[in-house]
Design a protein around this ligand. Structure first.
Ligand SMILES: [Ca+2]
Ligand SMILES: [Ca+2]
Ligand SMILES: [Ca+2]
Length: 221
């Protein structure tokens, strides 16, 4: 039971519409003042007295300043292996003279067309008969395999620019050279792919096994 005085106030409220209107206006004014003081209304990042709210962490980085190794297929003989690169930048990138290496050897890229903004390239060994979409730049190595071949059980792939600066790298299977817990080794007809496309936090968790590889096109599962 409410004390009698509250009953009186409620009764007075119901009888007196003017008093009710004043109360509602007072409530709105206090609410607006609160929003103005705290700046905590419709804002991505705001401080509200002792609390801080940040929305930015929920959004992954969309682009990077450099090319990425975006997908690779390593299972089976060296002649059917391939490595996909993505250019997530807003400018064309000429990878002529860049190199790719595994746990054993480095191969220099021949002269090729620049990779357009948002475009793909596919690195294949000299003996490859892989069909690559016309929209992707095909980089056929003149020196045999990708390194000494990408081992099925585990290996590493390192991309370097023409100045031998490391641009991106990944290790998979039993090769812990780059990641302490490497990307799982793809099986027959599988690839390992960055999901989402081009996503890079320098962690093996950026990668997933894809049973329907997307050579030269956008990764998706
Ligand atoms: Ca292999
Ligand atoms: Ca190798
Ligand atoms: Ca792909």
């Amino acid at each position: 039971m409410l004390p009698a005085i509250y009953n009186d106030i409620i009764l007075e409220f119901l009888k007196n519409k003017r008093l009710a209107a004043i109360f509602v206006m007072y409530f709105l004014a206090v609410s607006l003042l609160f929003v103005q003081i705290t700046q905590a209304f419709f804002s991505d990042t705001a401080s509200s007295l002792s609390n801080t709210f940040a929305a930015a962490a929920e959004f992954p980085p969309l682009t990077s300043a450099a090319l990425k190794i975006n997908e690779f297929s390593s299972h089976g003989g060296a002649s059917i292996e391939w490595v996909e690169l993505i250019n997530p930048t807003g400018s064309s990138v000429d990878v002529s003279g860049w190199s790719i290496e595994d746990n054993n050897l480095s191969d220099v890229f021949p002269t090729v067309s620049p990779i357009p903004p948002g475009g793909f390239a596919v690195v294949v060994p000299n003996s490859s008969s892989l069909s690559v979409p016309g929209s992707a730049v095909k980089i056929t190595l003149g020196t045999g395999n990708i390194g000494n071949g990408l081992a099925d059980d585990g290996d590493r792939i390192i991309l370097k620019d023409a100045s031998a600066t490391e641009i991106d790298k990944v290790s998979y299977g039993d090769d812990t050279f780059i990641f302490p817990t490497p990307v799982p080794a793809p099986g027959a007809s599988q690839s390992a792919a960055r999901i989402p496309n081009g996503f890079d936090t320098d962690s093996a968790s950026d990668w997933q096994i894809d049973s329907t590889p997307t050579v030269g096109t956008t990764n998706s599962l």
